[in-house]
Structure formats: C-alpha cells, structure tokens
Write a protein that binds this ligand. Sequence first.
Ligand code: LRH
Ligand code: MN
Length: 388
Amino acid sequence: MTTLSPENLATLEAQSIELPSWAFGNSGTRFRVFPTAGTPRDPFEKIADAAQVHAFTKLAPSVALHIPWDKVDDYAALRTHAENLGVTLGTINSNTFQDEDYKFGALTHHDPAIRRKAIDHHLECVDVMDATGSRDLKIWLAEGSNYPGQNDMRGRQDRLHDSLQQIYARLSDEQRLVLEYKFFEPAFYHTDVPDWGTSYAQVAALGDRALVCLDTGHHAPGTNIEFIVMQLLRLGKLGSFDFNSRFYADDDLIVGSADPFQLFRIITEVIRGGGLNNPEVAFMLDQCHNIEEKIPGQIRSVLNVQEMTARALLIDRDALTTAQEANDVLAANAILMDAFYTDVRPALAEWRESRGLAGDPMAAFAASGYQQQIAADRVGGTQAGWGA
Ligand code: LRH
Ligand code: MN
C-alpha cells in the first residue's frame, strides 16, 4: 500500500473546499428539473445538509450562498445556525441572470437605470457579506449577445469597468471580489466576460482585492486549463476555483468524474504555483446534482479533490526538474504519470480512521440514515431550486 508522508498528510489535513448551497437544491436542464424527496426548502436546511459533508470528511468547513436564492430576513441567525453546525458562511454569489430587466444586460447595460439597479444588487450582496462575515463577492455575468451587430461590445466593456469600480469601492479592506468568466451560455454570439484574459483585464484595472474566478466548466473544449491556472497564479490574480467537470458544455458534473487526469494536472499546477492551502486561492465546488443524490454527490466531490491532491503531492519534484532540464521527455512524463497512477485511496482511508473519521465517508453517510430522515421530515413547503 502506498504511504503518504507526514508532510503530505499535514497538507491534506489543511485542505478546505467550499460547498455551493445550490448543489443541495433541485437543479436540471431546460428539459426537466427533477424534484427529490428530502430536498431543502430554505437556506437553513441547505446548510444543515452541507454540514453533513463536513462532518463525514472534515474537508468542507464553509458554504457559499447565492443571492437572492439564499435571501433570509436575519443573516446573523443564519450565520449562528451554520456555526452551531460546525461550518461558516462563505462566498456570496450575486445574480443578475434571472431578472426581466437584465434581458439585454446588467452591469454592461446602456440604460443607466438598469445598470444602477444591477450595481445596487451587488452593493446589497456586500451588505450580506458584512452580516455573514464573508470575504468574497463572486460575480458571474450572463451578459452578452446572440447575433453579430446586436451590441457595441466595446461600449459594454467600458460600462462594465465603471460598474465594477463602483462595486469595488464598496468593499472593505478585508473583502475581495472575484470575477468569473465563461466562454458562452446563455449568450451564444459574444459573452462580455468570456475568458481569463478579459476577467484579468477588468480586475487588474480595479485593484489588489479584485481577482479572477476560474470555473473548470467554462472553457472551450480542448483548452489547457492548467496553463491558465499557472499563468493566473504567476500574475497573483487567481482568486478562486469553481470546481466541477464536464463532457461537453457547462455540465456542472461531479469534479473529477469526467476527466480525473485533468483535475490532477490542474492541482499539479496549483501546487507548483503556491496555490494549495493558500488563503488567497479559494477552492469551491460549483455543481448541480440533477439526478444523483445531492449530499453523497458533494461528499464524492470533495473526496475526488482530496484524492487528486494526494496523488499530485506524490510527484517527485526534484526528479521531474532533472528530467525536464535534461529534455528527457519520456522520463519527465513518466514521473507525472507514476504519481497519477498511484492508488492513494487505501492510505487515505487509513488516515481518515486515524483521525476518528470513517475510512469510507460515502458508506458511512449512507449508513447514517440522514437521507431517510430528511425525506421523512421535509414534507410540504417548496423545495429549493434556481428560482428566487
Ligand atoms: C454560471 C455559474 C456561476 C454561478 C452559477 C450557479 O454558469 O458557474 O458560478 O452563479 O453557475
Ligand atoms: Mn461557476
């Protein structure tokens, strides 16, 4: 059995992955959103489910919220509820992709009144951050166009800059904003923040507490995502990850499920660039469990990130550098592949047990009866989803 060094185990023990509240609600596609027995009806129940993931893995100590999906009257009460369950409230996600007024844009809109409304929504999100103690405001914009000629793309970039400046000015010295890019959808011709370069250009113009959010499902097929990770870390502008995986588009599937080797390569560059367990680089999941059970889906997800991190930590860095500098192509590649092909699961299971956790958190959660309990308890009301 492969053994993991005390140093690597200490690194793994420090790893934390933030969970998205919306992964615990119903989600789907334009074809169907399937309800599930026991699905939370409010942010309190979402957080209770998220706390189960942390209880069984000790990997997920915080939960990201999405506004207005997680709007409550008393954020201090929500914060206390989370802390009583052993987790904290994390990244606050804005939402300018479901309001009628934002049909043709929000922070980029040419109508000052609509832009004002969109900016005010973000200022409201910062008010929420003040109440929840959150550090990060995450901005993903659905804005763009479907047909050439529909928009003045240059004007929209200039207005976006002005809008972001007003939002950035509202942040405290402890708070940050991360701007998430996505190459298409819901817009199909141009997207106003389509790639890392545009996000970088916009955040670099704001200041040190404005950074890029990299969602692993937001790149054109075939993109070398780990190269982008390397470059953003090199530039000191990688603020956070939205981890998930995909076969085709923004499928938001379980991280590492579609392409475990890609996840391994991404984490390898995170380690190389000093981004692992670095408070400046937040790890978050951004997934939708359309057909699979949601809490086990999140447990599986954080375990996948942990496993690929453990494998990447096994890379013999000195040998790799020697082979690279000798242009020994096959040796260099073999060193990376050896680590990737090393099965760390038995060692991780043993390590979990040494920390009082179940060696197999998936089996332990299934045996806990929690899923059956919430299915029995959560009757009536409206199951949470992507609706406000
Ligand atoms: C957009 C996105 C963004 C979230 C949403 C739930 O595709 O990745 O991060 O706001 O999913
Ligand atoms: Mn995302």
